[in-house]
Design a binder for this molecule. Sequence first.
Ligand code: PGA
Length: 245
Amino acid sequence: MFIAANWKMNLDKKSISEYAKFLQKFKFSDKVETCIFPPTIYIDYLHSLINDLPISIGGQNCHYKTSGAFTGEISPNFLRDTGCKYVIIGHSERRIINNENNAEIKLRAEAALNSSLKVILCVGETLIDRQEGKALQFIEKQINDCLPDNYENLLIAYEPIWSIGTGKIPSVFEIEEMHTHIKKIINKFVNKKINVIYGGSVNIKNINEILDITNVDGVLVGGASLKAKDFLAIYSAAVKYLNIS
Ligand code: PGA
């Protein structure tokens, strides 16, 4: 079970310090893996505050080259060097705002894997694709186009674009159908279990229902991860779910 916090471009030094104080008081379980994705500039700072805790730290993106004349970009090696274990690749905000296409996302994922990072590859359809009944097809193409050649350290995050930050989530049936579909697509390439986590308006109210869905191996939480109390409540729900299931 994997519970991830994507802080996006939120939380400054002071709020991260407050957040870390909360984390320090909490008792973590070894059954649930957790990773925080802070703004890149604060990776080192967060690390210095929580490196005694069983929490991984990850980057929100990385470049497909390890060095060079790429002003403002982040090398996967730099993430590794600052103690990151994971990196998110292909988040829909980067696909839309930064025009990252499938081919580039595949290169970024491969570079990250070559730098010994674990990759969370994000896929997700638009509302129009969902309404027109093309969601499964759309995701299949995204995976076929973005999937790196090495699957060893890969997780997929299914994040329907229309669900991110909107408070709307797909039905239980839709999530189960998509996660099962994703696992089937990946199994065509490799006979290995790849974890598929769900992201998009996950919160303390819907976490139990989401975790109970077949083929959901965890969640990627945005907005609801910005308050330590809420994120830890989501984490605790996952621990409780594993203890009773
Ligand atoms: P959200 O974001 O939880 O705020 O919808 C999720 C994400 O973008 O990873």
